[in-house]
Design a protein around this ligand. Structure first.
Ligand SMILES: O=c1nc[nH]c2cc3[nH]c(NCCN4CCCCC4)nc3cc12
Length: 373
């Protein structure tokens, strides 16, 4: 058991990397996908089931937990790991993104943001200092700087102004975080799709110094082509010996393209949220289980998948329990999707380690039939 946080690069293949992040609560194999556990639960999953899908780390949200049940209450109850019965690493987002996407009546100043809770309308404030305090109360292993993520499209002046505010907030986050062995603080690169601002942001973050570096400000509606265009240069300016985390991504082909461009960690609600809406990701493409064509289909979702849904149930059954709005539907489809996303990650880790990532990518794309299957 290590007392420190460290990143070991094991192999590279082109720009793709594979390695291990060592933390006091266990290791994180990279490239890594983090299931999202917003309100102290990965929805429809028991923690032991999340682990069974192959996850080494999950994500929690400062914004949601500060509103309900509050960080102070979770601290009094022994911290987020004990509270949600997950003893492996947890990364927490810092709250700024969720304030801008969920909260009401927001006011943004140099100090931070004030807002009204989307739950009960109560007034709250988030600053770099308060975000660090909340993430410490939660007991997060990987803490994210408090930042501002501008909605795209935005003009260059707005993007530059927002990025520079986030860099000032990154310095305040680092100051407030202090020296916490075994815990990590990640900076978040901003700069929209602008190569010069992305480089300026990376230089500012390296000057401050972080345990890892996130690529923020993406997956905000720019589309895959623009995101990949940004990822063709944005990670290049980040330290090679530290983890790179792309926030909020994504669909399977987004994830593969990001790893090919040097990303080590990702998170997205897509596999869990889609599990609840009947959208099933498979190696041959997406299955919409609510479609009547599955009503009499005795086959599993994916013959090659070993998850409980594919091992024990037919498409006909999954179609039935989805249409009947039964709880087992969300449980089985979420488990399958998370299992499939982790299989993609394991496949990439193995391929990068073997120097066969190009072939693996070709096989990944060749299997994907167009449209619904
Ligand atoms: O720049 C960011 N800083 C802090 N947290 C973030 C979280 C983010 N999440 C996303 N995108 C989430 C996209 N996701 C796709 C599936 C449906 C729900 C939204 N971009 C982000 C940027 C940031």
């Amino acid at each position: 058991m290590t007392e420190r946080f460290s990143f070991e690069l094991k192999a590279t293949d082109g720009k793709a990397r594979t390695g291990v992040i060592n933390t006091p609560r266990g290791e994180i194999r990279t490239p890594a996908f983090m299931p999202v556990g917003t309100a102290a639960t990965v929805k429809a999953m028991m923690p032991e089931s999340v682990r069974a899908t192959g996850a080494d780390i999950l994500l929690g949200n400062t914004y949601h937990l500060m509103l309900r049940p509050t960080a102070e209450r979770i601290d009094r109850l022994g911290g987020l790991h004990k509270f949600m019965n997950w003893d492996r690493p947890i990364l927490t987002d810092s709250g700024g993104f969720q304030v801008m996407s969920l909260a009401g009546l927001r006011k943004l100043t140099e100090k931070g943001v004030t807002f009204k809770s989307h739950i009960d309308g109560s007034k709250h404030e988030l600053t770099p200092e308060r975000s660090m305090e909340i993430q410490k109360l939660l007991g997060s292993d990987i803490v994210m700087c408090f930042d501002e993520c501008p909605a795209l499209p935005a003009d260059r002046d707005r993007i530059a102004e927002s990025m520079r505010l986030s860099m000032r907030w990154a310095a305040r986050s680092k100051e407030a975080f202090g020296d916490r062995p075994g815990h990590a603080l990640f900076g978040i690169q901003q700069g929209g799709l602008e190569a010069d601002f992305r480089e300026e942001s990376a230089e500012a973050l390296k000057e401050i110094g972080f345990d890892g570096y996130a690529v923020g400000g993406l997956a905000v509606g720019e589309g895959q082509e623009a995101m990949f265009g940004c990822l063709d240069h944005a990670p290049d300016h980040l330290p090679k010996d530290k983890p790179r985390y792309l926030m909020g991504v994504g669909k399977p082909d987004d994830i593969v393209g990001a790893v090919a461009r040097g990303i080590d960690m990702m998170d997205c609600v897509l596999p869990s949220r889609s599990g609840r809406t009947g959208q099933v990701f498979t190696r041959r493409g997406v299955v919409n289980i609510k479609n009547a064509r599955h009503a009499d289909d005795p086959r599993p979702l994916d013959e090659a998948c070993s998850c409980p849904a594919c091992s024990n149930y037919s498409r006909a059954y999954l179609h039935h329990v989805y249409r009947s709005n039964e709880m087992i539907s969300g449980m089985l489809l979420t488990w399958h999707n998370l299992h499939y996303f982790q299989e993609i990650m394991q496949g990439m880790r193995d391929a990068i380690g073997a120097g066969t990532f190009e072939d693996w990518q070709a096989e990944f794309h060749a299997q994907r039939a167009q449209g619904d299957i």
